[in-house]
Design a protein around this ligand. Structure first.
Ligand SMILES: CC(C)(COP(=O)(O)OP(=O)(O)OC[C@H]1O[C@@H](n2cnc3c(N)ncnc32)[C@H](O)[C@@H]1OP(=O)(O)O)[C@@H](O)C(=O)NCCC(=O)NCCS
Length: 189
């Protein structure tokens, strides 16, 4: 299914990555404050090259486990502020998952929530998803804040279920159904 890109929001543009985004992706993925609660460690320049290659590849988004990541840039200046990812969790069950990673220089301005809302819209309205989730480390208050501002419900708190970066960690799962998305967007109109 072709993607309706770029996606414009009030202040942001979500677009495919290009080769010229390497330096910005390096800044993001090599920053320990950014990767603290992510599944991966801070990346080396070579690992960021591989990561960018994955982002440049076309993904049909028609099989479980596939994902597409968009660069998020400020519409006015084109500055790269972060990225958002949509995963196909289950084709059969029309399940999707969202993720978001923003550079600390651009936290606290509502950009992550604005970009993630566009991703939920893409999932429900373009891909016809039935349910979209977000998963996060239980200590990641910033991420939980984004999920709550999006209107997602906390469905699960798994206690000490993942061994990440040398320690046992809790995992939270937030979710939203298509009907909840529709009710929320209608209420906002
Ligand atoms: C998770 C993450 C994206 C959250 O970033 P964030 O800046 O807190 O989230 P938002 O961009 O939605 O900004 C919300 C904040 O901006 C404030 N804000 C300022 N102007 C705003 C505006 N115009 N609109 C909305 N919110 C605004 C909000 O009040 C809120 O502040 P608060 O946290 O003090 O309540 C960020 O911490 C991050 O990228 N971390 C590293 C990667 C990561 O852990 N990703 C999640 C993996 S599950």
């Amino acid at each position: 299914m072709s993607l309706p890109l770029p996606i414009e929001t009030e202040r942001l543009t979500l677009r495919r990555y290009t080769e010229t985004d390497y330096d910005d992706l390096l800044k993001l993925q090599s920053n320990d404050d950014v990767t603290r609660f992510l599944l991966y460690e801070s990346k080396t320049p070579e690992q960021v090259r591989d990561s960018l290659a994955l982002r440049l590849a076309d993904v049909p988004m028609d099989a479980d486990g596939q994902a597409v990541t968009f660069a998020v840039v400020l519409r006015e200046t084109g500055q790269h502020v972060g990225e958002v990812t949509m995963f196909v969790q289950s084709v059969e069950h029309k399940g999707g998952e969202i993720g978001f990673v923003f550079h600390p220089d651009f936290h606290g301005r509502g950009y992550a929530t604005e970009a993630a809302a566009a991703l939920l819209r893409l999932g429900f309205e373009h891909f016809g998803m039935h349910r979209m989730i977000g998963r996060l480390d239980g200590r990641n208050a910033g991420s939980a804040g984004v999920m709550k501002r999006l209107g997602m419900r906390q469905e699960a708190h798994f206690v000490s279920n993942e061994f990440l970066k040398g320690e046992w960690t809790d995992e939270l799962v937030f979710a939203m159904l298509a009907e909840e998305w529709k009710a929320g967007t209608l209420a906002a109109e």
